[in-house]
Design a binder for this molecule. Structure first.
Ligand SMILES: Cc1cc2nc3c(=O)[nH]c(=O)nc-3n(C[C@H](O)[C@H](O)[C@H](O)COP(=O)(O)OP(=O)(O)OC[C@H]3O[C@@H](n4cnc5c(N)ncnc54)[C@H](O)[C@@H]3O)c2cc1C
Ligand SMILES: NC(=O)c1ccc[n+]([C@@H]2O[C@H](COP(=O)([O-])OP(=O)(O)OC[C@H]3O[C@@H](n4cnc5c(N)ncnc54)[C@H](O)[C@@H]3O)[C@@H](O)[C@H]2O)c1
Length: 444
């Protein structure tokens, strides 16, 4: 431990990028503090993953009942205000639990927004905290379209707190948040219109699968406006109007701006102490180290190629724990990071995409999900997967759209990350029947 500073490691921001590594680091004897201005746990538990998936749970039930129509009563209606209350009950303990976990591990918690005073000092409400190493983990915030009337639009944070679901909802953008929230709002009964920037939704996912999910959403009444070119939002009596395209107008009750998220790099005095960053986030080397030797960064706030997701933030936080506790001196080597869009059906993927250049000469196995007996038990009638094998028959990529795509892809993750041989694959005797047994049956 360094004697010159208050702490060995000080994290700025209290999301996954900080707390997943901060606890273990304190547990091995380092003096650690975390500064958080908002809720402990950051975006994922409070206004991201955990909150969103709770709102999605009755959609899954509704779809299941719809498929099992005739066997069970299919008329499942979702009570939005009860659902939002349930979501709140599920997530409201999380910040306290995360804070308690950190405190128990020996981490000092400092509440407030911090900024750099110098390269070893963070100021919170004019109180100085010094550390040998500082990790910037301040995450992202919602982008706001730079158009007249943008103050009339809302964010994903606002959506999840709505006490009543508005009747007509416009969603700007067609990325993760747009597609997931449109699915939920539509299932609850709202009339949803998605205004696309260009003509491609979920651009980082395998488009033939995305198109099938879009077609399903359209069948359920969600409208997609391509190349929307949004010009302004206006308030007209108690409604909102959207000016877009070629003098076109759409009247709605509520607008969700889901045009991406931007890095929290302002108000930290980064420029004053010379830390390099771009508008995509903080610039780091292969050790997650900024251009200032003792200052690191992790999580969504990084300018990086990896997806800005919780598993990435957790992996980076854990890497810094190992680096700071001298368990590694190696640069960070990212594993394949899986990702899911929680539409219904979902789209999930890991590793190589079927349309990538690297997959061109590989063996691609195309499966129709409804052909699998296990998916027939709840009458799944759509869904496909593509598995990609290299010349040594290692699984190097998998992508699926189906009701349980996230579980199918998750279960295949070790085969992709650890390059399992056929023999190793046979060493895994999965519980049967299960989604794991079903997914692994296809790769052995
Ligand atoms: C609606 C939504 C749904 C999502 N769903 C998923 C999902 O299903 N799966 C998935 O993997 N990912 C999902 N994500 C992404 C996931 O939430 C993020 O990748 C993850 O939270 C990143 O963690 P982080 O620690 O880097 O940043 P954050 O969790 O954003 O934490 C940063 C923290 O820093 C704090 N902070 C900022 N500035 C300061 C300052 N100056 N001083 C002190 N504190 C500061 C903020 O208050 C915040 O708590 C979702 C995101 C959103 C918005
Ligand atoms: N299931 C998950 O893992 C999950 C869910 C939600 C969010 N997230 C994370 O949060 C991030 C932010 O989500 P997001 O959906 O806001 O971002 P996104 O990058 O996924 O999508 C942004 C969308 O906005 C569009 N857009 C950009 N500028 C526009 C403009 N001027 N007019 C109209 N459309 C415009 C883009 O074309 C794109 O469709 C994601 O990238 C992801 O990292 C993950």
């Amino acid at each position: 431990m360094s004697s010159n500073y208050d702490y060995d490691v000080l994290y700025l921001g209290g999301g996954h990028a900080a707390f997943d590594g901060a606890g273990p680091l304190a547990a091995v004897g380092k003096k650690v503090a975390v500064i958080e201005g908002g809720l402990w746990g950051g975006t994922c538990p409070n206004r991201g993953c955990n909150a969103k998936i709770t709102l999605d749970a009755p959609v899954v039930l509704q779809r299941l009942a719809e498929r099992m129509q005739g066997i069970v009563s299919s008329d499942i209606k979702i009570n939005w205000s009860q659902l939002v209350m349930h979501k709140q009950e599920v997530i409201e303990k999380l910040p306290t639990n995360i804070a308690a976990g950190l405190t128990n591990a020996g981490v000092k918690l400092i509440h407030g927004y911090g900024k750099f005073k110098d390269k070893h000092t963070i100021l919170v409400d004019n109180v100085a905290y010094t550390a040998e190493k500082i990790v910037i983990a301040t995450g992202l915030r919602p982008n706001r379209l730079n158009i007249p009337g943008n103050e009339l639009a809302h964010t994903s944070d606002d959506f999840m707190k709505l006490e009543q679901l508005p009747k007509r909802i416009a969603i700007i953008g067609s990325g993760y948040i747009s597609m997931e929230f449109a699915t939920i709002a539509n299932a609850v009964g709202a009339e949803v219109t998605i205004f696309m920037h260009h003509n491609v939704a979920l651009r980082n996912f395998y488009q033939p699968f995305v198109q099938q999910v879009v077609a399903d959403m359209q069948k359920r009444g969600i409208s997609f406006v391509q190349e929307a070119n949004i010009k302004s939002f206006k308030k007209v009596a108690d409604k909102l109007s959207i000016q877009y395209g070629n003098e076109q107008v759409k009247t709605v009750d509520w607008i969700l701006d889901a045009t991406g998220r931007i890095a929290n790099v302002e108000n930290l005095n980064l420029a004053e102490i010379g830390i390099k960053y771009t508008k995509k986030g903080i610039t780091v080397n292969q050790y997650l180290q900024t251009n200032i030797e003792n200052i690191y960064a992790a999580g969504d706030v990084l300018d990086k190629l990896q997806p800005k997701l919780t598993p990435t933030a957790t992996f980076e936080s854990y890497y810094l724990y190992k680096l700071f506790s001298e368990q590694t001196a190696d640069p960070i080597t990212y594993p394949a990071i899986p990702s899911t869009v929680y539409t219904s059906p979902r789209i999930a993927k890991v590793g190589l995409s079927p349309d990538s250049k690297d997959a061109k000469d590989m063996r691609l196995v195309h499966n129709k999900i409804p052909n699998d007996w296990y998916r027939q038990i709840d009458k799944q009638t759509t869904g496909e997967s593509i598995l990609i094998f290299d010349e040594k028959e290692h699984l190097v990529g998998a992508t699926e759209f189906s009701e349980q795509a996230e579980d199918a892809i998750n279960t295949l993750l070790p085969a992709v990350v650890f390059n399992y041989t056929k023999e190793q694959m046979w060493q895994l005797a999965h519980i049967f029947p299960s989604i794991s047994a079903s997914a692994w049956h296809k790769i052995r």
